[in-house]
Design a protein around this ligand. Structure first.
Ligand SMILES: Cc1ncc(C[n+]2csc(CCOP(=O)(O)OP(=O)(O)O)c2C)c(N)n1
Ligand SMILES: [Mg+2]
Length: 581
């Protein structure tokens, strides 16, 4: 993965706690966040969290990064966790936290350990007759914790300094182990109260080992299952990264020698320049040959896959039956077997040592594979079209590039880009919140300094979270944002059209000047022809002092063929009549 992801940092490098110093609840939390590898935390201030923010600032090893609103704060942290392995966001009670919850739901769906920290009412007001601002106007302040319990793997409320160390450790440990978000609420008069010093960080970050007997049994049975198959294929899913099993999957694939197809949400989790890479599998809209290889196989080894209505194109592409082996983060299922408490990494590593070579799907793929036809450049002054945008982005994708693709036709444009070894691809395909990519780009860039970040985003999506470009300007993040202005919600047009898919046009390129406000170095450019786009890209590559937004103006109906096919199928699935009870 990148730089120093959390799960690859050896424990001894994670910083030992300095037990001699006096700790407060807030500085304890800061020390733990630093020890798990965070160099930044994201925040929006509010009176319930100001004392906490001061305490966090006292840790000079971490930078406090401010966001324009709490939704963006949550998504910035989500993007940071993608780059860096984990993240933290600090918000105020209710008006802040409830906005951030949307992004926390996203982190849950996308398997990312984001720690949401909320300031909370003073302990003296709990159980009193006091009504408080930023609450529902009742005497019950527990609703926020109750909501958090539904959308995190661990939610704690800290109202006593003596309990704080154990509760903080529990929340962070559970998030890291489960790769899900956690929630920590701290009463505003407790964050500066003294508490115990942090103990060794190993208590927070050490994983439980796989159950050896179950692992042995699973590997034995899976090896026998694969021995009975002639044409297995591997299908990589988006939970592979959360399972920390990307490298193990490569070793396993090489041991089997079969074709490897990758789901769109997992693009870049298996190297696209690997000789066994057979393309993106997405049912009818798969890369050429990938669908045939999966359909013709007699065993599909699914690693960390998520089959939902979108990834199966309205349930038209769900691998099923006795030939499917599903290996998830902690569970392996196939043909009458169901094993749990084994890490996917361990399972793949052990199975790689046991399997026999099964290369038939590679031979098949070599026979049917077709190279992508070279795309012809458009005339420099011809009206800009979608295909020309993709053609011009291709050469920008270097081994140190990360592409961040927003929900909308940007998904399908992004999937078409080939990745050299090392290039990464980020999508939020399970949660699918439009606007995610702007703050996620901001957070990702801070979590992975030195990488070239290219974001693809539609005009409709951009309108939700545009303010976070101003934070990129503030911190001089040199991301390149391709804003595809097709004058509306084109993806929704293809699923089901109506007046609700039309949006108010903005001067997107002009917006950057407003955000710069005299002292920023963001660039905003508009391209209406291929020539203008080429010039804008040159400006973007030269701008190292801030983001560059290139507004690419195209026709409303100029979209990928894949979107048209996908939209038709998803529309059919959405339109199914209720089944009789
Ligand atoms: C928060 C949220 N609200 C609504 C939707 C439904 N939705 C999905 S895609 C989309 C439109 C995206 O439009 P745009 O970003 O312009 O993409 P494009 O036109 O390129 O398809 C909408 C409204 C959503 N996914 N998330
Ligand atoms: Mg659009």
């Amino acid at each position: 993965m990148l730089d120093t992801p959390i799960h690859s940092i050896p424990n001894k490098l994670r910083g030992a706690a300095a037990n001699t110093k006096a700790y407060t609840v807030g500085s304890y939390l800061a020390e733990r966040l630093f020890q798990i590898g965070l160099k930044h935390h994201f925040a929006v201030a509010g009176d319930y969290n100001l004392a906490l923010l001061d305490q966090l600032l006292s840790n000079k090893s971490m930078e406090q990064v401010y966001c324009s609103n709490e939704l963006n704060c949550g998504f910035s942290a989500e993007g940071y966790a993608r780059a860096h392995g984990a993240a933290a966001a600090v918000v105020t009670f209710s008006v802040g936290a409830i906005s951030a919850f949307n992004a926390i739901g996203g982190a849950y769906a996308e398997n990312l350990p984001v720690i949401l920290i909320s300031g909370a009412p003073n302990t003296n007001d709990l159980g009193s007759e006091h009504l408080l601002h930023h609450t529902l106007g009742t005497h019950d302040f527990s609703y926020q914790l109750e909501i958090a319990k539904k959308i995190t793997c661990a939610a704690v409320s800290i109202t006593s300094a003596s309990d704080a160390p154990a509760l903080i450790d529990h929340a962070i440990r559970t998030a890291l182990l489960e790769k899900k978000p956690a929630y920590i609420e701290i009463a505003c008069n407790i964050s500066s109260a003294l508490c115990a010093a942090p103990g060794p960080i190993s208590a927070v970050v050490t994983e439980n080992p796989s159950d050896q007997q179950t692992l042995d049994a699973a590997v034995e049975a899976a090896a026998a299952f694969l021995r009975g198959k002639q044409k297995p294929v591997i299908l990589i899913g988006s939970k592979l990264r959360a399972a920390g099993a990307e490298k193990a999957a490569i070793d396993f694939a090489e041991a089997v020698g079969c074709s490897v197809t990758v789901m769109a949400a997992a693009k870049s989790f298996f190297p696209e320049d690997h000789p066994q890479f057979t393309g993106i599998y997405w049912g009818e809209i798969s890369a050429p040959g990938a669908r045939e290889i999966v359909d013709w196989s007699d065993a599909v080894v699914c690693l960390g896959t998520i089959f939902n209505d979108y990834s199966t194109i309205g349930w038209t592409a769900v691998p099923s039956g006795a030939g499917v082996l599903t290996a998830d983060t902690n569970r392996v299922r196939f043909d009458g077997h169901d094993f749990s408490r084994i890490h996917l990494r361990d399972f793949l590593a052990a199975l790689a040592r046991k399997v026999e070579k099964r290369g038939a799907t590679m031979i098949e793929y070599e026979r049917i594979r077709s190279e992508r036809r070279p795309e012809k450049p458009a005339a420099r002054d011809a009206k800009l079209v979608r295909a020309e945008i993709v053609r011009q982005i291709r050469p920008l994708v270097t081994p140190d590039t990360t592409i961040i693709a927003e929900t909308g036709d940007s998904w399908f444009n992004g999937v078409q880009l080939s990745l050299p070894r090392g290039a990464r691809f980020e999508v939020e395909m399970q949660w699918g919140h439009i606007g995610w990519s702007v703050p996620a780009t901001f957070g990702y860039a801070l979590g992975a300094p030195g990488r070239r970040i290219i974001s693809l985003i539609g005009d409709g999506s951009f309108q939700l979270t545009a303010q976070e470009v101003a934070q990129m300007i503030r911190l001089k993040v040199p991301a390149i944002i391709f804003l595809i202005n097709n004058h509306g919600y084109t993806i929704e047009v293809e699923i089901h059209d109506g007046p609700y898919n039309n949006i108010k046009n903005w001067d997107y390129a002009g917006l950057i000047k407003a955000f710069n406000a005299g002292d920023g170095h963001g660039r905003g450019l508009r391209a209406t022809t291929g020539g203008e786009l080429a010039e804008a890209i040159k400006v973007a590559l030269a701008n190292t002092q801030g983001p560059t937004l290139i507004e690419c103006v195209i026709d409303r109906d100029d979209c990928t063929a894949e979107l048209l096919t996908w939209g038709r199928r998803v529309s059919t699935a959405n339109g199914r009549a209720p089944s009789p009870r």
